[in-house]
Design a protein around this ligand. Structure first.
Ligand code: 6PG
Length: 267
């Protein structure tokens, strides 16, 4: 396993969520200190949303210039705007409605009642990513020759399914195999609801840091396979690799099948 992958177990779900929240606040502060603004990609799922609730409770959140934080989503359920299933709605309730974000910097994926089709939602998000990438690229003095199609993601959060899915990229399905585009539509998700919009693995892996957050014994096998270098089509989580760092932030139950040699205990 490459040196930029780190596995950290936490004693409980609550400690995992609170620690990930503290880690996220610190990372946003560090990046804002260096670059003036920071970009995070949020995830749905129990740990991802619990982390946002913990950020909302933390006094340290007041140190972040939320008006200079760009917020994207790794995936979204393609349901109506007001559906409780919407990841962005859960994120808003958990945190975004409680902090002074700049609405122009919060990029949600289209809901089924705001566009004509799933494909339109996919194309819309890809275009939004590309527009943000172009703006960054034009401002960046040492920008790469090739104009990127997605902006710089400083932290990309991923939940983990018991089948080792990440975002809405499921084992052996078209999404995990999709290359050459930044966003993909999913129509037969094994995890309801069936229709979703997801970043592709290539887009996920364009992030500086990827944090995979998982809790519960039902995730232990997926974690073990994800860390064992399995094929990404069968084990999507194994394909997640940040450009600089990949953190597996787990509770003890989800870490049960991780070889102790890979563990980095922090308590
Ligand atoms: C979604 C999520 C999905 C989730 C995992 C883990 O939209 O459903 O993005 O990838 O993060 O399924 O979810 P749980 O932590 O709730 O099991």
């Amino acid at each position: 396993m490459s040196s930029n992958v780190r596995v950290t177990p936490h004693p409980s779900f609550d400690v995992l969520a609170a620690t990930t929240a503290a880690r996220l606040i610190t990372r946003l502060l560090d990046v804002q200190g260096d670059r003036g603004e920071a970009t995070v990609v949020l995830t749905g799922g129990s740990v991802g949303i619990a982390t946002l609730r913990e950020v909302a409770k933390s006094p340290a959140r007041l140190a972040v210039d939320w008006g200079k934080v760009n917020i994207w989503f790794g995936d979204e359920r393609f349901v109506e705007t007001n559906s409780p299933d919407r990841n962005c709605g859960q994120a808003a309730q958990a945190l975004l409605d409680q902090i002074p974000v700049d609405p122009a910097r919060v990029h949600i994926m289209a809901a089924s009642d705001t566009v004509a089709s799933l494909d339109e939602a996919v194309q819309k998000y890809a275009a939004e990513l590309a527009a943000a990438a172009k703006t960054e690229w034009l401002k960046d003095d040492d920008a790469p020759e090739q104009e990127p199609v997605v902006p710089r993601f400083d932290v990309l959060l991923l939940g983990l399914g018991p089948d080792a899915h990440i975002a809405s990229l499921f084992p052996d399905m078209a999404g995990i195999r999709t290359k050459g585009v930044s966003v993909v539509g999913v129509t037969n998700s094994p995890k309801p609801p069936a229709s979703r919009v997801s970043l592709t693995l290539e887009t996920i892996n364009s992030a500086q840091e990827i944090w995979i957050v998982a809790a519960g014994a039902d995730k232990a096998a997926a974690v073990g396979l994800g860390l064992a270098g399995a094929n990404e089509v069968q084990v999507p989580a194994s394909g997640a690799r940040g450009l600089v760092k990949t953190l597996w932030l787990l509770d003890e139950a989800a870490a049960a099948k991780v070889p102790s040699a890979l563990m980095r205990r922090e308590n």
